[in-house]
Structure formats: C-alpha cells, structure tokens
Design a protein around this ligand. Structure first.
Ligand SMILES: Nc1ncnc2c1ncn2[C@@H]1O[C@H](COP(=O)(O)OP(=O)(O)O)[C@@H](O)[C@H]1O
Ligand SMILES: O=C(CO)[C@@H](O)[C@H](O)COP(=O)(O)O
Length: 466
C-alpha cells in the first residue's frame, strides 16, 4: 500500500492524516496544539508539526506529504532566513487602519480588479503596511515574506537558518500555491502574477516572494526523499478534501467561520464582502470569513460551566429565537461585516428570556446568522447552491446541525466528522506523487430536515447592520 500524508496547520492546532493513496482510507493520524494568541512565533508551528508526525507514528512508510494551513499569516524573514518577529495571524486586527490606508491610496475597485479582493486586516498586505508604520526597523530587515504553509513547506524540504537546517537559508526556494497566494493581497488570481507594486506600497520595499506552483506540482522533496506537495490555504484544502463540486457551498465552523464555493471564474467583489480567492484545483474559491465562530460557543459554554454535549442539550431545550434573546457575537472584533473594533453584545434580555437554555441557543443562532449573511454574499456574486456542507470542529455538535437547518434557507448536509483540510493536503500529496488527482469518496452522516425559522434572522437583523 502506498501511503500519503496531509497536514492542517490551523489556528489552534496541527493535525496530520496518513492515508492509502489508492482509496483515501485513513490509516492513522496525529495532532498537537498551537499556542493561543493572534501573534505566534512560527517555531511553535514547526515543533507542533514534528509532534503531530510523531503522534501519527512517523513518516518512515510514507511516500509523499503536503501542508495545508491557516491563511494570510505574515512570516517575515531576514536575509539569513530567520523569522524577524512573531507572525501576525489572520485574526489579528491591529492592521485595520493599514487596510484603510491601502484602500484610500489605491482604491477599492482597483484593488479588487488587481488582486480579486479588497483587503481587510486579515490580509498579509495590511500586516506588512502595519510593520512598515509601527516597526520600521523590522520592516527594513524583511528579505522575504512567506505564509504559514509556505514556511513549513520550506522547512520540511530542509531549508532554514544555517544553524538549524541542512540546506541553509535559500530564500529563492520558498514556494506557495495559488490559493494561499490569493490571500496575500498582492497576487492576482486572474493573471497568476504577483503585483509587486502593491507589495512595495505596503512594505516600503520589494522582497522575495514564494514561487507560485500549480495544483499538480511538487514543491520538491524532504532531505529524506519524501515528495512534498504544493500545499494550500486551509479553506481551499477543505474544498479539495471534500471534492466540492458546482452546487456545493461549504460552511466551515472552526476558529474562523467561512462560507465558500469552487467556481470556474474568478470573482472580484468591490464591496469587499467576498474575497475572490483561488482554489487548490486550478479555478476559484469565492469566500466570506468571520472571526467569531467555534470560540464563541466555547466562551458561552465556559460561562455556563458546561461541556460541548451539555451546551448542545441546553440549546436544543430552547425555542427557535430564544424568546427574543439575541447574541451579536463580535467577541474578537469582526471581519464580515468589517468591524475590527467591535465587541459582542446581548440584546432582548427580560426576566423570561434570560435563561441558560436561551443563552446557549442565542450564541449558536448569532454565530450562524453571521454565516447566513455570508451565504447571501456569495449568492450575490453568482454562486448557486444545491446543498450546504457543514464542516469544521463545531459541525459535529447536534444543536449546531439542527439550528443550521433553521437559519439557512438551503439544504444542510453533514459529512462524516473528519479533518478535511488535512484530507485535501493528502489529495495534493497523492497528486504530486502520481501525477493525477485522486477521487476519494466522502460520507454524508446527517441531513437535518429543512426547518427554516425566519424569526431567527429577523430578530438578529434588528441589532446589526448586515
Ligand atoms: N462538539 C463541539 N461543539 C462545539 N464546538 C466544538 C465541538 N467540538 C469541537 N469544537 C470546537 O471546534 C474548534 C476546533 O475546530 P477546528 O475546525 O479544528 O478549528 P481550527 O481549524 O480553526 O483550528 C475548537 O474551538 C473547539 O472548541
Ligand atoms: O482567514 C481565513 C480565511 O480567509 C481563515 O479561514 C483562516 O484561514 C483560519 O482558518 P481556521 O484555522 O480557523 O480554520
């Protein structure tokens, strides 16, 4: 049996799946945690990757590996291949003003045309502008800029600072793929080229950028000879792992909440609501992301002093609409709508509505209403769905499945709980190894009956602008 490995280096953890390249059957898996926070020293990701590989029983019998990862994170490298400062992650909002500055200087429409997206604080370009403004000495030292999956792929291939790696700091050997390049804010999904004028405007000078490889390409090999796939941004990885087809809209509830689809044509939404990303198969991935998803549920469950199962049970005890209790869940600011400095708020509190059951339900309803607005936005750029695939760590929660069927006006299906980003990376590993894209089956384990309750979105809309 030929084995391939796929990695998801996500916000909260690193996960690895080892699969049979012929059938996609899961053979073994491993994981390791990442530290909390919105800036992280990339060394933690490397250490977590090594621990996850160890946890999965090692790679001695594996022929190829590929790495999916959280998008956008700014890994700034100096000329010696050293990380200059902790990476700013996609959910770090300190570059909100830098995003506004870039939009004012270049124009929202111009940026949408040139890069497929109007940047918000998540995008790498805005983080580089923040670095130039807030830490000019660090900005001046930047010789190369990579994303989390680019940097891990480079390290895996044996590159890095001279004293930590076998092949040394060869910055020209950095690679990326179309999906992650499209989240930088200085790459065009339409032309397939970097827009170095935007990079220079953001950072203040040019820098080496990872070579953008096509979906079937290999980034090279590890020093031990494993084929290394091109890798992907995590959402594009999940689309590949799910084998998403036209008609499928994926709703992912992890640290981020995302709504996305694979489409044949690139998208350029000048309103900035939909990011016009590239996918990992050679076409496009229009996507809406929110900052407040699974962690909203965790915070609320902790406040209630319950675990995920009890939280789910409580939420299902309450009636749709939670007797008027509405949680607007902007705990970490928000990206869509673009409110980086917002905080969460609870509305509609009365003696009757203020119960543990209603609070649990209001947290789920509020989080899902943000994603329902995301579905409206991807429809507005032409996406047509026949079903919604609910994935991510929180998708296995029974209350979320049931309430999703009450919030979304489209059929919801739940694939078997799994690591779909890592699965997509394993698809890439097999693709790079064999030269053809494998087609592995996925199982649907739940199809909650459509049960639309318009009251949920109607009362949420009273307290929000979108
Ligand atoms: N049954 C559940 N109910 C609610 N949330 C859950 C459940 N299981 C896992 N989660 C949450 O899912 C998140 C992890 O999901 P994942 O998709 O792996 O996130 P990420 O890719 O952002 O690291 C955690 O915040 C965890 O608390
Ligand atoms: O910023 C985005 C997409 O644009 C996020 O989807 C990140 O890619 C993080 O993903 P998770 O770690 O939450 O899955």
């Amino acid at each position: 049996m030929t084995l391939v490995a796929g990695v998801d280096s996500s916000t909260q953890s690193c996960k690895i799946v080892i699969k049979d390249a012929a059938t996609g059957a899961l053979v073994r898996q491993g994981r390791a945690s990442h530290p909390d926070g919105t800036e992280v020293d990339p060394q933690f990701w490397w250490d977590a990757l090594l621990s996850a590989i160890d946890d999965a029983g090692g790679l001695a019998d594996v022929a190829a590996i590929s790495i999916g990862g959280q998008q956008h994170g700014m890994v700034a490298l100096d000329v010696d291949g050293r990380v200059i400062r902790p990476a700013l992650l996609w959910n770090d909002t300190r570059s909100a003003q830098a995003a506004l500055d870039l939009i004012e200087e270049l124009g929202a429409e111009e940026l949408a045309i040139r890069t497929g997206s109007v940047p918000v604080a998540s995008f790498t370009s805005t983080k580089l502008r923040w670095l130039r403004d807030a830490e000019p000495e660090n900005a001046a030292r930047v010789a190369a800029v990579a994303l989390p999956h680019d940097w891990l792929t480079w390290r895996l291939r044996g590159y890095g600072p001279a004293d930590e790696s076998s092949l040394g700091p060869v910055l020209e050997e950095l690679t990326t793929d179309r999906s992650d390049a499209s989240g930088t804010g200085y790459w065009s999904p339409a032309s397939g080229e970097y827009d170095t004028a935007i990079l220079v405007r953001a950072l203040g000078h040019s820098a080496i950028l990872p070579r953008v490889l096509g979906p079937a390409e290999s980034a090279g090999t590890t020093p031990g000879g494993l084929v290394v796939g091109v890798g992907a941004g995590d959402n594009a990885g999940a689309a590949l792992g799910l084998g998403a087809m036209p008609g499928d809209v994926v709703v992912s509830i992890g640290t981020s909440g995302t709504v996305f689809a694979v489409t044949p044509e690139p998208v350029a939404d000048v309103t900035g609501t939909v990011a016009g990303f590239a996918d990992a198969s050679g076409v496009s991935l229009p996507l809406v992301a929110t900052l407040n998803a699974a962690r909203v549920l965790r915070s609320t469950a902790e406040l209630l002093g319950v675990d995920n199962d009890e939280f789910s049970r409580l939420a299902l005890e309450a009636a749709p609409g939670a007797d008027g209790l509405v949680l607007v869940p902007y705990f970490e600011g928000e990206r869509t709508p673009n409110l980086p400095n917002a905080t969460a708020s609870l509305h509609g509190m009365t003696i009757a509505s203020t119960s543990r059951e209603n609070l649990a339900r209001a947290a789920i309803e509020g989080m899902l209403c943000g994603l329902a607005a995301g579905l409206d936005a991807v429809r507005a750029v032409g996406v047509r769905e026949t079903r919604l695939l609910l994935v991510g760590g929180a998708a296995q929660n029974p209350a979320i499945q049931a309430i999703a069927a009450q919030v979304f006006d489209a059929p919801v299906v739940v694939p078997r709980p799994g690591e779909y980003v890592a699965d997509g990376a394993a698809v890439q590993a097999a693709w790079a190894l064999t030269g053809s894209r494998p087609s592995w089956p996925i199982d649907i384990v739940a199809e909650p009956a459509p049960d639309l309750r318009p009251v949920i979105r109607a009362q949420y809309a009273r307290y929000t602008t979108s």
